[in-house]
Structure formats: structure tokens, C-alpha cells
Design a binder for this molecule. Structure first.
Ligand SMILES: NC(=O)c1ccc[n+]([C@@H]2O[C@H](COP(=O)([O-])OP(=O)(O)OC[C@H]3O[C@@H](n4cnc5c(N)ncnc54)[C@H](O)[C@@H]3O)[C@@H](O)[C@H]2O)c1
Ligand SMILES: Nc1ncnc2c1ncn2[C@@H]1O[C@H](COP(=O)(O)OP(=O)(O)OP(=O)(O)O)[C@@H](O)[C@H]1O
Length: 524
């Protein structure tokens, strides 16, 4: 039997099987094949026309739906941006109000700062010191936390030590400059906050001595445990510092010796939220993962981090543990060259939520947020919007939204460019896109990105944050992401550029090639 529209395979046994089950088909089987085809010719053509009409209608509906989704995305992105701005402004206002209450004579100058009067910005205010002498708080080439910290309310907890004050300075090509200093970085009570991002070399100078250090260890490492105990003894005996460790580390230390009774920790995870108000300096003992862990503990401002390398790669860990005493000695004296590593603030927005504000806690990432297909074998289908514009639909294994610090991590493996960590920007890197023309992008730091799992997606997507905390994104859910106002200040061994270049040379053997010899053909 030849193939035809009713029986494309031409398989007669199949059609006879159908006859038994289906009276409609069996009535057609009484006609000869040609007659059946003639009979069906005109209705099938008609139904083809209907199909064409129907598919055109579907296309129009899809277009309209895309428009609606774009409108919704743009409204939600705008709402997220306004929420971020509102929260930032509110925090600042509360801090200013606190200060005004505790120090009403500063009202005029603070008002100038509040209203961004550039003429008044560089100098915060002067205040009589304990000897009655006038003391300038903020010197010419930087901003300092001196006054802010000195004015802080006395803490009810007698064990609490006030945070050390410090001054931030930055320079361009070796020259110090205080231009834009209040636009770029500000801090209240010793917490660093960025209003805009700086691309200059930044140096931190202590105004008073650091007194409290938090040490974070990579787990399950004997060498880290030994180094940590040794470092704590030295910091206590030689530097008279207060020391915090994680509860698990304190247990290990006490098992070793009751000498470590003085080491402080926390019993309730809520106390972690207040750590930034107590800690002057964070020391990490591990690899890049421990720096990511340290950053994740601070949901707002982050104290300066000194990362010691006890891992295999160490892009963010420039300090060698062998000479930790000299390193810490010089860091505690200052000044320290620092890299302000920008973070991304991510919100998962559930379609079931009635509005943006019903969604879960925002998540901060230092490297990247990844949206991938998880265990599903289907292509991801992710609609991406940047501010109010449709960017593209990602069809492939997924998408990485990375900071410039994370550009040497997962994004690099997916074909993204390596970017100096001090460059402000968001990397938009597809993972195995099923399209030859999908090249990675680098977007400016001020944009809000939205990645939406469309309702017609064949499977859910999965978001993970610095390689952790996987969350399912069901069809209709979205992830909104923008640059966070709280960078992670990490101490540099030399400076941010030297450290970055050293890490790509040593860590990745970047552009390593034998030099061509002079011995050979050359231009005459
Ligand atoms: N295919 C990949 O390259 C791949 C896959 C998954 C996760 N990752 C990365 O691992 C990170 C989590 O790190 P972890 O230590 O918790 O997990 P991990 O122990 O699996 O280590 C992953 C590796 O990434 C390196 N790394 C981390 N941050 C880096 C950075 N900013 N620059 C260069 N290398 C970096 C680490 O040194 C480590 O060698 C994620 O944020 C992601 O960037 C990479
Ligand atoms: N204090 C900590 N508590 C819990 N987990 C931690 C802590 N510090 C690090 N981790 C986790 O342990 C894992 C390994 O840490 P890290 O990358 O520092 O060491 P590593 O794997 O030996 O280094 P490298 O990746 O350079 O070889 C990471 O996933 C990190 O998130």
C-alpha cells in the first residue's frame, strides 16, 4: 500500500487494525484509495487554510503576550530599583537622624551632607576633643570614620569594644585625589557603603587601632586548624586583640586547650547580622571559597577582609600563611591597599506572590548567580530583560550573571571575559547556548536585570548563588538582580592591579608560551 495522507506509512496492517477499532476509518476503507484521496482533497486544503489562519492568530497572541510580559518585567524591575533606592535612602536617613540626636551642634553640616551640597561635602565637621582643642575630623585627601565612631552611642554590653576608625584614600596613577570622594564611598559607623563605584586604587588608613578580629576557617582542614590556633595566640599575646571565631571553631579550640576560653563566638545566628558592628577586620584561612563564605556572612556592610591562601588556586587570597606575622603586623599598622569587590543583590520573585515585596530575603553574591537547567534534560528557556528592554531569550544550559570579581570563576569557564575586579559592571554569560551567535556581554553597573522563566517553559530552572543555595524557579518565577551598595573590601598584597595580574598568571598560566628565539628568519 502506497503512503497517503490517511496512512503516511503505507502500512496496511495498521489501517486494518484501525478499522476494527474505529468505525469512521472503516467506512472510508470501503472506497478505493484514489477515490478516498479525491474525496479528502478539498476538505484537507480547507483545513490547511484554517491551520495557517490559526497559526497566524497564535503568533499575534504570542506577540501580545510578549508585550504584556515586557510591560510587567519593566514595571517590576522599576519597582525593585525604587525599593533598593528607598531602602538605601532610609538607612542613610536613619543614620543621620541618630547622629543628629547624639550631636545636635552638627546639624548644619550634616544637613549639607544630606542635601549633597558639594561645597560642604569634603569636610564633615570639627569637634572639640577631650582636651577642649578643636580637632579636624576629615583630612584633605580622604574620608575618615573618626567622628562617626566617636559619636556612636555607648554600648550596653560592657564586653563590647568600639570599632576602630579609619580613613579611606584613593589615588589615580600614583596621585592622591579627593575628587568625588563623597560620591563614591561613604561610611557610617565604620561601615563602607558605595554610592557609585570607584575604579581607582584605594588605600585604607587606620585612625585608631583595630581591636577586634574575626577569623574564619575552611572546615575539615588540619593545617588550617593548627595555623588558626597559632595565629590566635599571637594576636592575643602580641597585639592584645579581641578575637571572634565560628562556634564550631571555638569547640575545636577548647578541645585543644582551655587557654582559648577568651575567644568569643555567637550562639544564635541572628548575632551574625550584628557582626559588622563589632569586627574591625576579618581574616580568612582557606581558598576562594572561604572568602565567598566570609562575604556571605555579611548581609550589609562588610569589614575589610585579609585572605590567607590555604587552597589550591586563590584568586582572591593573596597572602601567604608562612609569614602571617609580618603580614598582619603591617596590616594592623596600615595603610592597606584594598580592592572594593562589588556584589550583586538578587531577589527571587515568585509568580504566586501578589507583589515584589512578598518575596523572600534578598541574596548577595560576590562571584555570580547562575540560572541553569538543573537535572532537567530540556534546554533552559529564559527571557532576559535589562531595565526596560528585552535582551534575549537564553536557550541552552543556562545563564551566569557575574560580578567582575567572579569573571575568573564560572563565567570564565563558560567563555566570559576576564575583567579587573575594580571595573564596575555585570557580566552576562550564557552557558552552552544552542546558538552560534550568542556571545557574552558586559553590562554597566547601574542596570537591573530580570531573568524570567516563561509560563510555557518545558521545565523549571534552578538558581544558585556563589555555587550554593540552589533555588527552584518555576514557570512564571523570575530572578531580579542589580549591583549591591555593600562591596567586599579585600586587602591587597601589593595593589588591586598587581594582585589581579599575578593571580591570572600564577593561577591560570594566562598566555604562557615559550618565547620565540631570535635564531631564525627575520625581516632584512
Ligand atoms: N565550571 C566551573 O568553572 C565552575 C562550576 C561551578 C562553580 N564554579 C565556581 O565555584 C565558585 C564557588 O567556589 P567554592 O570554592 O565554594 O567551590 P569549589 O570548592 O567547587 O571551588 C571552585 C573553584 O573555583 C575557584 N574560584 C572561586 N571563586 C573564584 C574567583 N573569583 N576567581 C577564580 N577562581 C575562583 C576556586 O578557587 C575553586 O578552585 C562559584 O562561585 C563558581 O564561580 C565554577
Ligand atoms: N567557615 C566556613 N564554614 C562553612 N563552609 C566553608 C567555610 N569556609 C569555606 N567553606 C566552604 O568550603 C568549601 C571549600 O573552601 P575553599 O574553596 O576555601 O577551600 P579549597 O576548596 O581547599 O580551596 P581551592 O578551591 O582553592 O582548592 C567552599 O565550598 C566553601 O564555601
Amino acid at each position: 500500500m502506497a503512503p497517503n495522507k490517511l496512512n503516511p506509512s503505507g502500512n496496511s496492517s495498521l489501517s486494518s487494525g484501525s478499522q476494527a477499532e474505529n468505525g469512521f476509518i472503516s467506512s472510508f476503507s470501503l472506497f478505493p484509495e484514489k477515490a478516498v484521496q479525491e474525496l479528502l482533497q478539498s476538505p484537507i486544503q480547507a483545513s490547511d487554510d484554517h491551520l495557517i489562519e490559526f497559526s497566524e492568530a497564535l503568533r499575534t497572541v504570542a506577540k501580545a503576550l510578549r508585550k504584556v510580559a515586557e510591560g510587567k518585567a519593566s514595571a517590576q524591575a522599576e519597582a525593585a530599583e525604587w525599593k533598593r533606592k528607598y531602602e538605601l535612602e532610609r538607612t542613610r536617613n536613619l543614620q543621620f537622624e541618630d547622629k543628629e540626636k547624639s550631636c545636635p551642634e552638627h546639624r548644619t553640616d550634616l544637613d549639607d551632607v544630606k542635601t549633597n551640597n558639594p561645597a560642604k561635602q569634603p569636610i564633615l565637621y570639627n569637634k572639640a576633643n577631650s582636651n577642649g582643642k578643636s580637632e579636624e575630623c576629615c583630612s584633605k585627601n580622604g574620608i575618615c570614620s573618626h567622628e562617626v565612631l566617636r559619636d556612636g552611642k555607648p554600648n550596653s554590653n560592657s564586653k563590647m569594644v568600639k570599632k576602630a576608625s579609619f580613613k579611606l584614600q584613593w589615588c589615580c596613577k600614583g596621585e592622591q585625589s579627593d575628587q568625588h570622594k563623597h560620591d563614591i564611598v561613604s561610611f557610617e559607623r565604620g561601615n563602607i557603603t558605595t554610592a557609585e563605584r570607584s575604579s581607582k586604587q584605594i588605600s585604607l588608613k587606620w585612625e585608631s587601632c583595630p581591636q577586634t578580629v574575626l577569623i574564619l576557617n575552611k572546615p575539615n582542614s588540619v593545617s588550617v586548624q593548627i595555623l588558626c590556633a597559632d595565629m590566635i595566640r599571637w594576636l592575643r599575646q602580641q597585639k592584645k586583640l579581641h578575637i571572634y571565631v565560628e562556634p564550631r571553631v571555638k569547640v575545636d579550640l577548647l578541645t585543644e586547650s582551655s587557654y582559648f576560653n577568651f575567644v568569643e563566638t555567637w550562639s544564635d545566628d541572628k548575632e551574625i547580622l550584628k557582626l559588622h558592628t563589632k569586627v574591625d577586620l576579618v581574616i580568612t584561612l582557606g581558598g576562594d571559597g572561604t572568602v565567598l563564605w566570609a562575604a556571605s556572612m555579611f548581609k550589609g556592610p562588610v569589614p575589610p577582609i585579609v585572605p590567607f591562601s590555604l587552597g589550591s588556586l586563590g584568586f582572591m587570597t593573596p597572602f601567604y600563611s608562612e609569614n602571617y606575622k609580618e603580614c598582619l603586623d603591617s596590616i594592623l599598622k596600615g595603610p592597606i591597599s584594598i580592592t572594593l569587590r562589588h556584589r550583586l543583590l538578587c531577589h527571587v520573585i515568585r509568580d504566586a506572590a501578589k507583589n515584589e515585596f512578598e518575596t523572600g530575603e534578598p541574596i548577595l553574591v560576590l562571584n555570580e548567580v547562575t540560572i541553569d537547567r538543573g537535572i532537567s534534560s530540556y534546554l533552559t528557556n529564559l527571557e532576559c530583560y535589562c531595565d526596560n528592554s528585552f535582551v534575549t531569550c537564553v536557550q541552552g544550559d543556562g545563564l551566569i550573571l557575574s560580578t567582575t570579581s567572579g569573571s575568573t570563576a564560572y563565567s570564565l569557564a563558560a567563555g566570559g571575559s576576564m575583567v579587573h575586579p575594580q571595573v564596575p559592571g555585570i557580566l552576562f554569560t550564557p552557558i552552552c547556548p544552542h546558538s552560534l551567535s550568542f556571545r557574552p556581554l558586559i553590562l554597566p553597573e547601574h542596570v537591573t536585570l530580570r531573568v524570567q522563566v516563561p509560563f510555557n517553559s518545558r521545565s523549571p530552572a534552578w538558581a544558585s548563588f556563589d555555587g550554593k543555595d540552589r533555588k527552584q524557579l518555576a514557570p512564571g518565577d523570575a530572578l531580579v538582580c542589580s549591583m549591591a551598595p555593600w562591596p567586599v573590601p579585600t586587602a591587597c598584597l601589593v595593589d588591586s592591579t598587581n594582585d589581579f595580574l599575578r593571580s591570572i598568571h600564577e593561577g591560570l598560566h594566562w598566555n604562557l608560551r615559550k618565547t620565540q628565539s631570535f635564531d631564525g628568519p627575520r625581516e632584512s
